[in-house]
Write a protein that binds this ligand. Structure first.
Ligand code: NAP
Ligand code: GDD
Length: 374
């Protein structure tokens, strides 16, 4: 009998990689989707219609939908990845963020109890390095005190504690993976890494003039999402329910990420100025096929629009426990490889988007010329 997994947040970056990973392990995978007026299933489109992969409508803010779905699917494992996951957006929509990211976790736990699955169903909670927030020590490990520093982090802190509470109160196998930032070619386009790799590709291809960023000094421990989903599974296969820090143990600034990304796109940058006045200027171009990018052009500038009311600026994880107890290798994909693969992907994507737009233009021109009503 194959194991049954239920993934909330299946359409997200991590949900899509986790689905592939679990299908590869022979699981029957069920995912929760929401109704939307536009197609947002791009990341899992290649899995739809394949055997053992099933999608169901439900919502983290709708208890009844979760209770009914957990009863119907009878999962052996639940991976609770669904969240309003953008830190800056959580300042604009704090109540929604709390409902989905905090109370949503409680709804999942109660859905399992209501269906009397608490002895058999293991639960993974997508927790976050944002819990360390205004950090109290560097690097951060499982014993570092939390100091959440955004509405998102405060909501996720509730999720962390309610998981711990149900583990202790009801003896449930539920755990938090405290994951540091992990990125990929499927990363949402408004997170800083993807925003940079897409902009570097567009600028290199003459489709954009300048990239506006916020805090360039912010430090992150960036890993590759595909490597991290394995840990989610390993945490649920562990003999005892425990929380784990998942990180690479290597730290870089936003400025370093941008420098490397532009280099892979064929643009060497030098940095001038400080704070709001800082600029990324073209120092050299290598192998670009268009002549629109010139030495001396300002291609990165700072905009206060991307500053946060409170910003987390020094995240560095200590993955020793995951290495020791899960046998996980935190350096499977290096920072340099991560940036390279994201830029390579976006260079192709930007070129392909142009080709697709060109086809759409031709189709539209033909349509207008022929006139559908005539
Ligand atoms: P993501 O790409 O933003 O995906 C979030 C997922 O949650 C999407 O599938 C989204 O569905 C779903 N969702 C949001 N609100 C929902 C609701 N009310 N009901 C049902 N589904 C809902 O996030 P990710 O990067 O894959 O991250 C996965 C999880 O790990 C999140 O909980 C995030 O907070 C956490 N985390 C991420 C990182 C990281 O660096 N990526 C690090 C630590 C923790 P739609 O497609 O319909 O919007
Ligand atoms: N998004 C964004 N856009 N961030 C910028 C920008 C910009 O233009 N310029 C600078 N930054 C800085 C942010 O201020 C932050 O310090 C850092 O870049 C990373 O921002 P994000 O990529 O938006 O990620 P995050 O660290 O806030 O949150 C992500 O990682 C968390 C784990 O630590 C999300 O995936 C969260 O869901 C996750 O919990």
């Amino acid at each position: 009998m194959s194991k049954i997994a239920l993934i909330t947040g299946v359409t997200g970056q991590d949900g899509s990689y986790l689905s592939e990973f679990l299908l590869g392990k022979g699981y029957e995978v069920h995912g929760i989707i929401r109704r939307s007026s536009v197609d947002y299933r791009e990341r899992i489109a290649h899995l739809e219609g394949t055997p053992h992969f099933h999608l169901h409508y439900a919502d983290m803010s709708d208890s009844m939908s979760l209770v009914k779905l957990v009863g119907k699917v009878q999962p052996d494992e639940i991976y609770n990845l669904a969240a309003q996951s953008h830190v800056q957006v959580s300042f604009d929509a704090p109540e929604f963020t709390a409902d989905v990211d905090a109370v949503g976790v409680l709804r999942i736990l109660e859905a399992v109890r209501t269906n009397h699955l608490e002895k058999t169903c293991r639960i993974y909670q997508a927790s976050t390095s944002e819990l360390y927030g205004k950090v109290e020590e560097v690097p951060q490990s499982e014993t570092t005190p939390f100091h959440p520093y955004s509405p998102y982090a405060v909501a996720k802190l509730y999720g962390y504690w309610i998981i711990k509470e149900y583990r202790e109160a009801y003896n449930m196998f539920c755990c938090s993976g405290i994951l540091f930032n992990h990125e990929s070619e499927r990363r949402g386009e408004t997170f800083v890494t993807r925003k940079i790799t897409l902009a570097a590709a567009r600028i290199a291809q003459g489709k954009q003039k300048c990239l506006y960023l916020g805090n360039l000094d912010s430090l992150r421990d960036w890993g590759y999402a595909k490597d991290y989903v394995e840990c989610m599974w390993l945490i649920l296969q562990h003999k005892t329910p425990e929380d784990f820090v998942i990180a690479t143990g290597v730290q870089h600034s936003v400025r370093e990420f941008a420098t490397l990304a532009f280099k892979h796109a064929g643009i060497e940058l030098r940095w001038e100025g400080e704070g709001i006045e800082e600029k990324g200027i073209v120092e050299r171009v290598n192998g670009l096929t268009n002549e629109r990018v010139k030495v001396g052009d300002v291609v990165v500038a700072v905009s206060p629009d991307f500053y946060r009311p409170t910003d987390v600026v020094n995240l560095l994880g200590d993955p020793s426990k995951a290495k020791r107890e899960l046998g996980w290798n935190p350096q499977t994909t290096s920072f340099e490889q991560l940036v390279e693969l994201m830029v390579a992907h976006d260079m192709k994507k930007v070129a392909a988007d142009d080709a697709a737009a060109e086809i759409r233009k031709v189709n539209l021109a033909e349509f207008l010329e022929k006139g559908i009503d005539k």
